[in-house]
Design a protein around this ligand. Structure first.
Ligand SMILES: Nc1ncnc2c1ncn2[C@@H]1O[C@H](COP(=O)(O)OP(=O)(O)OP(=O)(O)O)[C@@H](O)[C@H]1O
Ligand SMILES: [Mg+2]
Length: 576
Protein backbone atom coordinates (compact mmCIF):
# COMPACT_ATOMS: atom_id res chain seq x y z
CA UNK A 1 0.00 0.00 0.00
CA UNK A 2 1.22 3.50 -0.77
CA UNK A 3 2.40 5.75 2.00
CA UNK A 4 0.60 8.85 0.84
CA UNK A 5 -3.09 9.43 1.39
CA UNK A 6 -5.43 12.37 1.46
CA UNK A 7 -6.12 13.62 4.95
CA UNK A 8 -9.60 12.97 6.18
CA UNK A 9 -11.85 16.00 6.54
CA UNK A 10 -11.84 15.29 10.26
CA UNK A 11 -8.07 15.55 10.44
CA UNK A 12 -7.98 18.68 8.30
CA UNK A 13 -10.42 20.25 10.73
CA UNK A 14 -8.25 19.36 13.67
CA UNK A 15 -5.18 20.86 12.07
CA UNK A 16 -7.02 24.04 11.28
CA UNK A 17 -8.45 23.97 14.78
CA UNK A 18 -4.93 24.31 16.06
CA UNK A 19 -4.87 27.72 14.44
CA UNK A 20 -8.36 28.96 15.32
CA UNK A 21 -8.85 27.13 18.59
CA UNK A 22 -5.84 27.43 20.82
CA UNK A 23 -7.46 27.53 24.22
CA UNK A 24 -10.73 28.47 25.96
CA UNK A 25 -10.09 32.17 25.32
CA UNK A 26 -10.11 31.65 21.55
CA UNK A 27 -13.45 29.82 21.81
CA UNK A 28 -14.96 32.61 23.87
CA UNK A 29 -13.73 35.08 21.26
CA UNK A 30 -15.08 33.13 18.28
CA UNK A 31 -18.47 32.35 19.82
CA UNK A 32 -19.06 35.86 21.13
CA UNK A 33 -17.97 37.32 17.78
CA UNK A 34 -20.60 35.14 16.10
CA UNK A 35 -23.16 36.51 18.56
CA UNK A 36 -22.14 40.08 17.72
CA UNK A 37 -22.36 39.33 14.00
CA UNK A 38 -25.84 37.93 14.66
CA UNK A 39 -26.91 41.32 16.02
CA UNK A 40 -27.10 40.30 19.69
CA UNK A 41 -27.90 42.95 22.30
CA UNK A 42 -27.00 40.72 25.23
CA UNK A 43 -24.32 38.04 25.43
CA UNK A 44 -23.84 35.70 28.37
CA UNK A 45 -20.63 33.72 28.71
CA UNK A 46 -20.59 30.94 31.31
CA UNK A 47 -17.42 28.99 32.08
CA UNK A 48 -16.38 26.03 34.21
CA UNK A 49 -12.79 25.15 35.14
CA UNK A 50 -11.49 28.19 33.32
CA UNK A 51 -13.40 27.06 30.21
CA UNK A 52 -11.50 23.77 29.94
CA UNK A 53 -14.53 21.67 30.86
CA UNK A 54 -17.36 23.99 29.74
CA UNK A 55 -17.95 27.21 27.83
CA UNK A 56 -21.48 28.32 27.07
CA UNK A 57 -22.22 31.45 25.07
CA UNK A 58 -25.85 32.53 24.79
CA UNK A 59 -27.17 35.44 22.74
CA UNK A 60 -30.42 37.08 21.67
CA UNK A 61 -29.37 37.47 18.03
CA UNK A 62 -31.10 36.40 14.83
CA UNK A 63 -30.68 32.66 15.45
CA UNK A 64 -30.60 30.01 12.73
CA UNK A 65 -33.09 27.77 10.96
CA UNK A 66 -32.53 24.02 11.52
CA UNK A 67 -31.05 23.76 8.03
CA UNK A 68 -28.63 26.63 8.63
CA UNK A 69 -27.65 25.26 12.02
CA UNK A 70 -26.53 22.02 10.38
CA UNK A 71 -24.65 23.91 7.70
CA UNK A 72 -22.92 26.14 10.24
CA UNK A 73 -20.77 23.31 11.55
CA UNK A 74 -19.42 22.45 8.10
CA UNK A 75 -16.08 23.80 7.08
CA UNK A 76 -16.12 26.91 4.91
CA UNK A 77 -19.83 27.42 5.52
CA UNK A 78 -20.57 31.05 6.23
CA UNK A 79 -23.39 33.52 5.76
CA UNK A 80 -20.99 36.47 5.76
CA UNK A 81 -19.17 36.13 2.49
CA UNK A 82 -20.53 35.20 -0.94
CA UNK A 83 -18.19 36.53 -3.58
CA UNK A 84 -14.48 37.18 -3.79
CA UNK A 85 -15.20 40.91 -3.88
CA UNK A 86 -16.85 40.69 -0.47
CA UNK A 87 -13.46 39.80 0.98
CA UNK A 88 -12.36 43.37 0.36
CA UNK A 89 -15.21 45.00 2.26
CA UNK A 90 -15.75 42.88 5.32
CA UNK A 91 -17.91 44.49 7.97
CA UNK A 92 -18.49 41.41 10.11
CA UNK A 93 -16.08 39.93 12.64
CA UNK A 94 -16.24 36.46 11.05
CA UNK A 95 -15.90 35.60 7.39
CA UNK A 96 -14.06 32.31 7.00
CA UNK A 97 -16.66 29.79 8.06
CA UNK A 98 -14.05 27.98 10.11
CA UNK A 99 -14.69 28.72 13.75
CA UNK A 100 -17.64 26.45 14.49
CA UNK A 101 -16.36 23.38 12.60
CA UNK A 102 -12.94 23.80 14.21
CA UNK A 103 -14.43 24.04 17.69
CA UNK A 104 -16.88 21.18 17.02
CA UNK A 105 -14.08 18.88 15.90
CA UNK A 106 -12.16 19.13 19.18
CA UNK A 107 -15.00 19.15 21.74
CA UNK A 108 -18.55 18.05 22.49
CA UNK A 109 -20.69 20.89 21.19
CA UNK A 110 -24.39 21.50 21.70
CA UNK A 111 -26.08 24.23 19.71
CA UNK A 112 -29.59 25.38 20.53
CA UNK A 113 -31.09 28.03 18.32
CA UNK A 114 -34.32 29.58 17.15
CA UNK A 115 -35.27 32.38 14.79
CA UNK A 116 -37.24 35.33 16.20
CA UNK A 117 -40.63 34.52 14.67
CA UNK A 118 -40.43 30.76 15.07
CA UNK A 119 -42.40 28.93 17.72
CA UNK A 120 -39.96 26.05 17.89
CA UNK A 121 -36.24 25.79 18.34
CA UNK A 122 -33.65 23.30 17.16
CA UNK A 123 -30.92 21.46 19.00
CA UNK A 124 -27.85 19.86 17.49
CA UNK A 125 -25.23 17.84 19.32
CA UNK A 126 -21.84 17.26 17.75
CA UNK A 127 -19.01 15.16 19.19
CA UNK A 128 -15.55 15.38 17.69
CA UNK A 129 -17.08 16.79 14.50
CA UNK A 130 -19.80 14.08 14.15
CA UNK A 131 -23.47 14.98 14.56
CA UNK A 132 -24.86 12.72 17.30
CA UNK A 133 -28.29 14.26 17.81
CA UNK A 134 -30.80 16.51 16.06
CA UNK A 135 -33.92 17.46 17.96
CA UNK A 136 -36.63 20.04 18.23
CA UNK A 137 -36.40 22.25 21.30
CA UNK A 138 -38.27 25.08 22.92
CA UNK A 139 -37.62 28.44 21.20
CA UNK A 140 -34.91 30.45 22.95
CA UNK A 141 -35.00 33.72 20.99
CA UNK A 142 -31.41 33.50 19.82
CA UNK A 143 -28.58 31.02 19.97
CA UNK A 144 -26.79 29.16 22.72
CA UNK A 145 -23.62 27.22 22.06
CA UNK A 146 -22.18 24.99 24.71
CA UNK A 147 -18.68 23.58 24.31
CA UNK A 148 -17.69 20.80 26.71
CA UNK A 149 -14.51 18.80 27.28
CA UNK A 150 -12.27 20.86 25.06
CA UNK A 151 -9.61 18.75 23.29
CA UNK A 152 -11.05 15.54 24.82
CA UNK A 153 -10.03 13.78 21.59
CA UNK A 154 -6.70 15.57 21.01
CA UNK A 155 -4.54 14.82 24.08
CA UNK A 156 -1.53 16.53 22.51
CA UNK A 157 -3.36 19.85 22.50
CA UNK A 158 -4.79 19.34 25.96
CA UNK A 159 -1.25 19.38 27.28
CA UNK A 160 -0.83 22.96 26.13
CA UNK A 161 -3.62 24.25 28.34
CA UNK A 162 -2.47 25.99 31.47
CA UNK A 163 -3.98 26.06 34.94
CA UNK A 164 -7.74 26.85 34.95
CA UNK A 165 -6.96 30.15 36.68
CA UNK A 166 -4.69 31.23 33.80
CA UNK A 167 -7.15 30.06 31.14
CA UNK A 168 -9.92 31.92 32.93
CA UNK A 169 -7.92 35.15 32.99
CA UNK A 170 -7.31 34.88 29.24
CA UNK A 171 -10.95 34.07 28.52
CA UNK A 172 -12.03 37.05 30.57
CA UNK A 173 -9.56 39.24 28.68
CA UNK A 174 -11.09 38.05 25.39
CA UNK A 175 -14.52 39.10 26.64
CA UNK A 176 -13.21 42.46 27.85
CA UNK A 177 -11.75 43.24 24.42
CA UNK A 178 -15.12 42.58 22.80
CA UNK A 179 -16.99 44.55 25.45
CA UNK A 180 -14.68 47.55 24.99
CA UNK A 181 -15.37 47.65 21.27
CA UNK A 182 -19.12 47.07 21.50
CA UNK A 183 -20.57 49.35 24.17
CA UNK A 184 -24.06 48.96 22.68
CA UNK A 185 -24.10 45.27 23.68
CA UNK A 186 -24.47 43.92 27.21
CA UNK A 187 -21.98 41.30 28.41
CA UNK A 188 -22.04 38.94 31.38
CA UNK A 189 -19.19 36.58 32.22
CA UNK A 190 -19.72 33.90 34.89
CA UNK A 191 -17.36 31.31 36.28
CA UNK A 192 -18.79 28.33 38.16
CA UNK A 193 -21.99 30.35 38.58
CA UNK A 194 -20.24 33.43 39.99
CA UNK A 195 -20.58 36.67 37.99
CA UNK A 196 -17.11 38.05 37.20
CA UNK A 197 -18.07 40.80 34.83
CA UNK A 198 -21.33 42.43 33.96
CA UNK A 199 -22.07 45.46 31.85
CA UNK A 200 -25.42 46.68 30.63
CA UNK A 201 -25.99 47.46 26.97
CA UNK A 202 -25.47 51.07 25.89
CA UNK A 203 -24.51 52.55 29.23
CA UNK A 204 -24.64 56.33 29.38
CA UNK A 205 -21.03 56.65 30.46
CA UNK A 206 -18.67 55.09 27.90
CA UNK A 207 -15.86 55.16 30.45
CA UNK A 208 -17.65 52.29 32.20
CA UNK A 209 -16.21 49.85 29.66
CA UNK A 210 -12.76 51.30 30.12
CA UNK A 211 -13.04 50.65 33.84
CA UNK A 212 -13.94 47.02 33.07
CA UNK A 213 -10.64 46.54 31.38
CA UNK A 214 -8.43 48.71 33.53
CA UNK A 215 -10.12 49.10 36.90
CA UNK A 216 -12.21 51.93 38.30
CA UNK A 217 -9.06 53.93 39.18
CA UNK A 218 -9.00 54.98 35.54
CA UNK A 219 -12.11 57.20 35.81
CA UNK A 220 -10.51 60.45 36.93
CA UNK A 221 -7.62 60.04 34.46
CA UNK A 222 -9.60 59.32 31.29
CA UNK A 223 -9.12 61.80 28.45
CA UNK A 224 -11.37 61.79 25.42
CA UNK A 225 -9.80 61.19 22.00
CA UNK A 226 -11.60 62.26 18.84
CA UNK A 227 -9.92 62.92 15.53
CA UNK A 228 -11.00 62.53 11.96
CA UNK A 229 -8.81 63.10 8.97
CA UNK A 230 -8.53 61.72 5.47
CA UNK A 231 -11.02 58.93 5.99
CA UNK A 232 -9.52 57.77 9.27
CA UNK A 233 -11.45 58.24 12.49
CA UNK A 234 -9.71 57.81 15.83
CA UNK A 235 -11.85 57.82 18.99
CA UNK A 236 -11.76 56.41 22.49
CA UNK A 237 -9.92 57.19 25.68
CA UNK A 238 -6.39 57.52 26.90
CA UNK A 239 -5.32 57.80 30.51
CA UNK A 240 -3.46 60.97 31.42
CA UNK A 241 0.31 60.38 31.61
CA UNK A 242 0.22 60.16 35.42
CA UNK A 243 -1.59 56.83 35.04
CA UNK A 244 0.78 54.33 33.47
CA UNK A 245 1.62 50.62 33.68
CA UNK A 246 4.95 48.82 33.70
CA UNK A 247 3.95 46.92 30.53
CA UNK A 248 1.81 47.38 27.43
CA UNK A 249 -1.12 45.41 28.87
CA UNK A 250 -3.25 48.54 29.02
CA UNK A 251 -2.89 49.42 25.34
CA UNK A 252 -6.01 48.31 23.50
CA UNK A 253 -6.21 49.11 19.80
CA UNK A 254 -9.21 48.28 17.63
CA UNK A 255 -9.62 48.60 13.89
CA UNK A 256 -13.23 48.70 12.74
CA UNK A 257 -14.23 47.33 16.17
CA UNK A 258 -11.82 44.41 15.92
CA UNK A 259 -9.06 44.05 18.51
CA UNK A 260 -5.75 44.02 16.67
CA UNK A 261 -2.07 44.41 17.37
CA UNK A 262 -0.06 46.33 14.89
CA UNK A 263 3.56 47.32 15.02
CA UNK A 264 2.97 50.55 13.14
CA UNK A 265 0.13 51.61 15.41
CA UNK A 266 2.17 50.76 18.43
CA UNK A 267 5.03 52.78 17.07
CA UNK A 268 2.77 55.82 16.55
CA UNK A 269 1.54 55.41 20.14
CA UNK A 270 5.04 55.15 21.58
CA UNK A 271 6.12 58.22 19.64
CA UNK A 272 3.15 60.26 20.80
CA UNK A 273 3.83 59.42 24.45
CA UNK A 274 7.61 59.44 24.28
CA UNK A 275 8.19 62.71 26.04
CA UNK A 276 5.29 62.48 28.51
CA UNK A 277 5.52 58.98 29.98
CA UNK A 278 8.49 58.09 32.18
CA UNK A 279 10.89 55.60 30.69
CA UNK A 280 10.06 52.00 31.56
CA UNK A 281 6.36 52.84 31.84
CA UNK A 282 3.64 52.37 29.24
CA UNK A 283 0.54 54.44 28.53
CA UNK A 284 -2.99 53.12 28.89
CA UNK A 285 -5.74 53.51 26.33
CA UNK A 286 -8.61 52.06 24.34
CA UNK A 287 -8.39 53.44 20.81
CA UNK A 288 -10.98 52.82 18.12
CA UNK A 289 -9.61 53.32 14.64
CA UNK A 290 -12.31 53.26 11.99
CA UNK A 291 -11.59 53.22 8.28
CA UNK A 292 -13.52 52.25 5.17
CA UNK A 293 -13.68 48.43 5.19
CA UNK A 294 -12.27 48.54 1.67
CA UNK A 295 -9.14 50.27 2.93
CA UNK A 296 -8.15 47.47 5.27
CA UNK A 297 -7.43 43.81 4.66
CA UNK A 298 -8.57 41.71 7.63
CA UNK A 299 -7.74 38.36 6.09
CA UNK A 300 -4.07 38.25 7.05
CA UNK A 301 -3.72 36.49 10.40
CA UNK A 302 -4.93 33.05 11.53
CA UNK A 303 -6.63 34.51 14.60
CA UNK A 304 -7.49 37.76 12.86
CA UNK A 305 -5.29 39.64 15.29
CA UNK A 306 -3.59 41.68 12.61
CA UNK A 307 -4.79 43.71 9.65
CA UNK A 308 -3.12 45.37 6.71
CA UNK A 309 -3.98 48.93 5.82
CA UNK A 310 -4.06 50.04 2.19
CA UNK A 311 -2.61 53.37 3.29
CA UNK A 312 -0.83 52.79 6.57
CA UNK A 313 1.03 56.15 6.72
CA UNK A 314 -2.30 58.02 6.82
CA UNK A 315 -3.60 55.78 9.60
CA UNK A 316 -0.45 56.19 11.69
CA UNK A 317 -0.44 59.94 11.15
CA UNK A 318 -4.06 60.20 12.24
CA UNK A 319 -3.38 58.15 15.38
CA UNK A 320 -0.31 60.19 16.25
CA UNK A 321 -2.16 63.46 15.69
CA UNK A 322 -5.17 62.29 17.72
CA UNK A 323 -3.02 61.30 20.67
CA UNK A 324 -0.93 64.48 20.63
CA UNK A 325 -4.02 66.62 20.47
CA UNK A 326 -5.58 64.73 23.39
CA UNK A 327 -2.39 64.97 25.42
CA UNK A 328 -1.61 68.60 24.65
CA UNK A 329 -4.89 70.30 23.77
CA UNK A 330 -4.48 73.59 21.98
CA UNK A 331 -0.88 72.91 21.06
CA UNK A 332 -0.26 71.94 17.47
CA UNK A 333 2.42 69.33 17.53
CA UNK A 334 5.79 70.61 16.35
CA UNK A 335 7.01 67.05 15.95
CA UNK A 336 5.12 66.42 12.76
CA UNK A 337 5.09 62.78 11.89
CA UNK A 338 7.31 62.01 8.97
CA UNK A 339 5.24 61.49 5.86
CA UNK A 340 5.36 57.96 4.46
CA UNK A 341 7.05 57.39 1.13
CA UNK A 342 5.20 58.76 -1.87
CA UNK A 343 5.57 58.06 -5.57
CA UNK A 344 7.55 61.28 -5.84
CA UNK A 345 9.93 60.16 -3.13
CA UNK A 346 10.42 56.73 -4.68
CA UNK A 347 11.03 58.11 -8.15
CA UNK A 348 13.56 60.66 -6.89
CA UNK A 349 15.36 58.08 -4.85
CA UNK A 350 15.53 55.84 -7.86
CA UNK A 351 16.72 58.54 -10.24
CA UNK A 352 19.34 59.72 -7.79
CA UNK A 353 20.86 56.28 -7.49
CA UNK A 354 20.76 55.23 -11.08
CA UNK A 355 24.37 54.45 -11.79
CA UNK A 356 23.70 51.37 -13.80
CA UNK A 357 26.82 49.29 -13.43
CA UNK A 358 26.24 46.90 -16.29
CA UNK A 359 25.95 49.73 -18.77
CA UNK A 360 29.46 50.82 -18.00
CA UNK A 361 28.55 54.36 -17.04
CA UNK A 362 25.84 56.61 -15.76
CA UNK A 363 22.55 56.11 -17.49
CA UNK A 364 20.93 59.27 -18.78
CA UNK A 365 17.67 58.82 -16.95
CA UNK A 366 14.77 61.15 -17.48
CA UNK A 367 13.86 63.68 -14.83
CA UNK A 368 10.18 63.91 -14.07
CA UNK A 369 9.16 67.09 -15.84
CA UNK A 370 5.43 67.45 -15.64
CA UNK A 371 4.41 65.07 -12.89
CA UNK A 372 0.92 63.69 -13.32
CA UNK A 373 -1.77 64.13 -10.69
CA UNK A 374 -1.20 61.64 -7.93
CA UNK A 375 2.59 61.94 -8.17
CA UNK A 376 2.61 62.99 -4.51
CA UNK A 377 0.30 60.21 -3.40
CA UNK A 378 1.60 57.73 -0.85
CA UNK A 379 2.84 54.49 -2.32
CA UNK A 380 0.32 51.70 -2.03
CA UNK A 381 1.20 48.47 -0.32
CA UNK A 382 1.89 46.44 -3.36
CA UNK A 383 -0.27 43.36 -3.09
CA UNK A 384 -1.91 44.04 -6.43
CA UNK A 385 -1.65 41.10 -8.75
CA UNK A 386 0.74 41.53 -11.64
CA UNK A 387 0.08 39.91 -14.98
CA UNK A 388 1.32 36.32 -15.01
CA UNK A 389 4.95 36.10 -16.05
CA UNK A 390 5.57 39.78 -15.29
CA UNK A 391 8.84 39.32 -13.47
CA UNK A 392 10.34 36.72 -15.81
CA UNK A 393 9.63 39.02 -18.73
CA UNK A 394 12.01 41.62 -17.27
CA UNK A 395 15.61 41.71 -18.49
CA UNK A 396 18.17 42.46 -15.82
CA UNK A 397 20.50 45.34 -16.68
CA UNK A 398 22.41 46.05 -13.51
CA UNK A 399 22.18 47.45 -10.02
CA UNK A 400 21.53 50.99 -8.89
CA UNK A 401 22.94 51.89 -5.53
CA UNK A 402 23.05 48.80 -3.37
CA UNK A 403 19.35 48.26 -3.16
CA UNK A 404 17.81 48.35 -6.63
CA UNK A 405 17.98 46.06 -9.59
CA UNK A 406 17.34 47.90 -12.83
CA UNK A 407 15.59 45.92 -15.53
CA UNK A 408 14.25 46.52 -18.96
CA UNK A 409 10.50 46.17 -18.89
CA UNK A 410 8.12 46.02 -21.83
CA UNK A 411 6.73 49.06 -23.64
CA UNK A 412 9.35 51.68 -22.93
CA UNK A 413 9.58 51.20 -19.18
CA UNK A 414 12.57 50.77 -16.96
CA UNK A 415 11.72 48.78 -13.86
CA UNK A 416 13.52 49.26 -10.58
CA UNK A 417 13.13 46.30 -8.25
CA UNK A 418 13.78 46.55 -4.56
CA UNK A 419 16.25 43.67 -4.38
CA UNK A 420 15.78 43.04 -0.68
CA UNK A 421 11.98 43.03 -0.86
CA UNK A 422 12.11 40.75 -3.89
CA UNK A 423 14.47 38.21 -2.40
CA UNK A 424 12.62 38.32 0.91
CA UNK A 425 9.37 37.39 -0.90
CA UNK A 426 10.98 34.38 -2.51
CA UNK A 427 12.67 33.28 0.71
CA UNK A 428 9.42 33.72 2.62
CA UNK A 429 7.67 31.23 0.35
CA UNK A 430 10.56 28.76 0.48
CA UNK A 431 10.68 28.91 4.28
CA UNK A 432 6.93 28.44 4.51
CA UNK A 433 7.06 25.32 2.34
CA UNK A 434 10.07 23.92 4.15
CA UNK A 435 8.48 24.44 7.53
CA UNK A 436 5.21 22.83 6.38
CA UNK A 437 7.18 19.78 5.20
CA UNK A 438 9.20 19.77 8.41
CA UNK A 439 12.26 19.12 6.27
CA UNK A 440 14.37 22.08 7.22
CA UNK A 441 16.79 20.68 9.71
CA UNK A 442 20.47 20.75 8.81
CA UNK A 443 21.67 18.82 11.82
CA UNK A 444 25.39 18.62 12.44
CA UNK A 445 26.25 20.44 9.22
CA UNK A 446 27.42 23.27 11.38
CA UNK A 447 27.28 24.34 14.95
CA UNK A 448 27.48 27.98 15.82
CA UNK A 449 27.49 29.61 19.18
CA UNK A 450 26.05 33.07 19.48
CA UNK A 451 26.43 35.48 22.38
CA UNK A 452 23.13 36.92 23.62
CA UNK A 453 21.79 38.74 26.65
CA UNK A 454 20.29 36.47 29.28
CA UNK A 455 16.78 37.89 28.86
CA UNK A 456 17.01 37.22 25.12
CA UNK A 457 18.04 33.64 25.81
CA UNK A 458 15.09 33.25 28.19
CA UNK A 459 12.68 34.54 25.55
CA UNK A 460 14.02 32.18 22.89
CA UNK A 461 13.85 29.23 25.27
CA UNK A 462 10.24 29.82 26.18
CA UNK A 463 9.28 29.71 22.48
CA UNK A 464 11.56 26.85 21.52
CA UNK A 465 8.66 24.76 20.16
CA UNK A 466 7.67 27.42 17.68
CA UNK A 467 11.26 27.99 16.63
CA UNK A 468 11.77 24.28 16.17
CA UNK A 469 8.66 24.15 14.01
CA UNK A 470 10.29 26.58 11.60
CA UNK A 471 13.56 24.66 11.64
CA UNK A 472 15.51 26.72 14.14
CA UNK A 473 16.83 24.84 17.14
CA UNK A 474 18.80 26.71 19.75
CA UNK A 475 20.01 25.60 23.13
CA UNK A 476 21.62 27.40 26.05
CA UNK A 477 25.40 27.10 25.85
CA UNK A 478 26.98 28.29 29.05
CA UNK A 479 26.15 31.73 30.43
CA UNK A 480 25.33 34.41 27.87
CA UNK A 481 25.42 32.20 24.79
CA UNK A 482 23.33 29.78 22.78
CA UNK A 483 24.32 27.03 20.37
CA UNK A 484 22.42 26.80 17.11
CA UNK A 485 21.74 23.14 16.44
CA UNK A 486 19.73 23.47 13.29
CA UNK A 487 18.81 26.12 10.81
CA UNK A 488 16.68 26.22 7.67
CA UNK A 489 19.04 26.01 4.67
CA UNK A 490 17.95 29.46 3.47
CA UNK A 491 19.62 30.93 6.55
CA UNK A 492 23.02 29.36 6.25
CA UNK A 493 25.44 32.28 6.11
CA UNK A 494 23.04 34.77 7.73
CA UNK A 495 24.06 36.96 10.67
CA UNK A 496 22.77 34.64 13.39
CA UNK A 497 23.39 37.05 16.22
CA UNK A 498 21.15 39.70 14.70
CA UNK A 499 18.61 37.09 13.68
CA UNK A 500 18.23 35.67 17.19
CA UNK A 501 18.20 39.13 18.76
CA UNK A 502 15.42 40.18 16.35
CA UNK A 503 13.38 37.09 17.14
CA UNK A 504 13.79 37.67 20.89
CA UNK A 505 12.64 41.24 20.35
CA UNK A 506 9.55 40.04 18.47
CA UNK A 507 8.74 37.57 21.24
CA UNK A 508 8.93 40.23 23.91
CA UNK A 509 6.94 42.65 21.76
CA UNK A 510 4.17 40.15 21.13
CA UNK A 511 4.03 39.10 24.78
CA UNK A 512 3.43 42.69 25.75
CA UNK A 513 0.80 43.22 23.12
CA UNK A 514 -1.12 40.00 23.43
CA UNK A 515 -1.01 39.24 27.12
CA UNK A 516 1.14 36.14 26.98
CA UNK A 517 -0.30 34.58 23.85
CA UNK A 518 1.96 32.05 22.15
CA UNK A 519 3.97 33.26 19.22
CA UNK A 520 3.28 31.30 16.04
CA UNK A 521 5.25 30.36 12.96
CA UNK A 522 3.30 33.10 11.25
CA UNK A 523 5.12 35.68 13.39
CA UNK A 524 8.58 34.16 13.06
CA UNK A 525 8.76 33.29 9.36
CA UNK A 526 8.79 36.92 8.16
CA UNK A 527 11.81 37.61 10.37
CA UNK A 528 13.63 34.57 9.04
CA UNK A 529 12.79 35.61 5.48
CA UNK A 530 14.15 39.10 6.03
CA UNK A 531 17.45 37.73 7.32
CA UNK A 532 17.61 35.14 4.57
CA UNK A 533 17.43 38.03 2.11
CA UNK A 534 20.26 40.03 3.66
CA UNK A 535 22.69 39.33 0.84
CA UNK A 536 20.44 40.31 -2.06
CA UNK A 537 23.03 42.79 -3.31
CA UNK A 538 25.64 40.09 -3.88
CA UNK A 539 23.66 38.00 -6.39
CA UNK A 540 25.11 37.51 -9.88
CA UNK A 541 23.22 38.57 -12.99
CA UNK A 542 22.25 34.93 -13.65
CA UNK A 543 21.01 34.53 -10.10
CA UNK A 544 18.91 37.68 -10.36
CA UNK A 545 17.41 36.51 -13.62
CA UNK A 546 16.60 33.11 -12.08
CA UNK A 547 15.03 34.82 -9.11
CA UNK A 548 12.63 36.64 -11.43
CA UNK A 549 11.05 33.35 -12.40
CA UNK A 550 10.64 32.46 -8.74
CA UNK A 551 9.09 35.87 -8.07
CA UNK A 552 6.36 35.09 -10.54
CA UNK A 553 5.47 32.08 -8.45
CA UNK A 554 5.77 33.89 -5.11
CA UNK A 555 2.71 34.30 -2.93
CA UNK A 556 2.46 38.04 -2.37
CA UNK A 557 -0.27 37.57 0.19
CA UNK A 558 2.09 36.01 2.74
CA UNK A 559 3.04 38.49 5.39
CA UNK A 560 6.57 39.75 5.06
CA UNK A 561 8.45 42.52 6.82
CA UNK A 562 9.24 44.55 3.73
CA UNK A 563 5.94 44.29 1.98
CA UNK A 564 6.04 47.76 0.49
CA UNK A 565 6.45 48.26 -3.21
CA UNK A 566 8.63 45.69 -4.90
CA UNK A 567 8.78 47.04 -8.43
CA UNK A 568 8.72 50.63 -9.62
CA UNK A 569 8.16 51.35 -13.29
CA UNK A 570 9.74 54.45 -14.80
CA UNK A 571 8.85 55.47 -18.33
CA UNK A 572 11.77 56.01 -20.73
CA UNK A 573 11.84 59.23 -22.70
CA UNK A 574 10.89 58.75 -26.33
CA UNK A 575 13.77 59.03 -28.77
CA UNK A 576 13.74 62.42 -30.47
N1 LIG B 1 -24.63 32.92 17.47
C1 LIG B 1 -25.02 32.80 16.20
N2 LIG B 1 -26.20 33.33 15.78
C2 LIG B 1 -26.61 33.21 14.48
N3 LIG B 1 -25.88 32.61 13.52
C3 LIG B 1 -24.70 32.07 13.88
C4 LIG B 1 -24.20 32.14 15.22
N4 LIG B 1 -23.01 31.51 15.25
C5 LIG B 1 -22.76 31.09 14.00
N5 LIG B 1 -23.76 31.42 13.16
C6 LIG B 1 -23.84 31.11 11.71
O1 LIG B 1 -22.94 30.08 11.44
C7 LIG B 1 -22.03 30.44 10.42
C8 LIG B 1 -20.69 29.77 10.70
O2 LIG B 1 -20.06 30.33 11.87
P1 LIG B 1 -18.48 30.33 11.96
O3 LIG B 1 -18.07 31.06 13.16
O4 LIG B 1 -18.01 28.92 11.79
O5 LIG B 1 -18.04 31.10 10.65
P2 LIG B 1 -18.05 32.66 10.34
O6 LIG B 1 -18.41 33.45 11.54
O7 LIG B 1 -18.89 32.85 9.14
O8 LIG B 1 -16.51 32.89 9.96
P3 LIG B 1 -15.21 32.74 10.95
O9 LIG B 1 -14.69 31.36 10.80
O10 LIG B 1 -14.28 33.77 10.40
O11 LIG B 1 -15.69 33.01 12.32
C9 LIG B 1 -21.99 31.95 10.47
O12 LIG B 1 -21.62 32.50 9.20
C10 LIG B 1 -23.43 32.29 10.85
O13 LIG B 1 -24.25 32.31 9.73
MG1 LIG C 1 -17.40 33.14 13.35
Amino acid sequence: MGRISILSEELINKIAAGEVVERPASIVKELAENSLDAGARQIRIALSEGGCSRICVTDDGVGMSPADAQLAILRHATSKLRHLDDLFRIDTLGFRGEALPSIASVSRLTMTTSEPDSNAGFRLRVEGGEIVERAESAPIGGTSIEVEDLFYNVPARRKFMRRPQTELAQAQEAAVRLALAHPEVGFIVEHEGRVLLSCAPGSADPRERLALALGAEIYPHAIDVAERRLGVSVTGYIASPDFTLPNARGIYTFVNRRYVRDRGLNHAIQRAFRDVVPSGRQPVMALMIDVDPQAVDVNVHPQKLEVRFADSPSVYDAVFAALRRALLPGVESGDRPRPGPSYAHAVQQFLGRAQVAAWGGPLPLPGVESPAPGYDRPLPRSTAPRPPGYFSSLRYLGTAGKRFWICEGGDGFLVALDSHAALERVRRGALEKASARGSVLQRSLFSTTVKLKSDEIGLLECQSDVLKAVGLEVEAFGPGAVAIKSLPPELVGADCHRLLADIADEISHSQHLSGGQQLSAYDVLPILACHAAARADSLSAEQVQALMTELDRADFALKSLHDGIVALEVPLPHAP
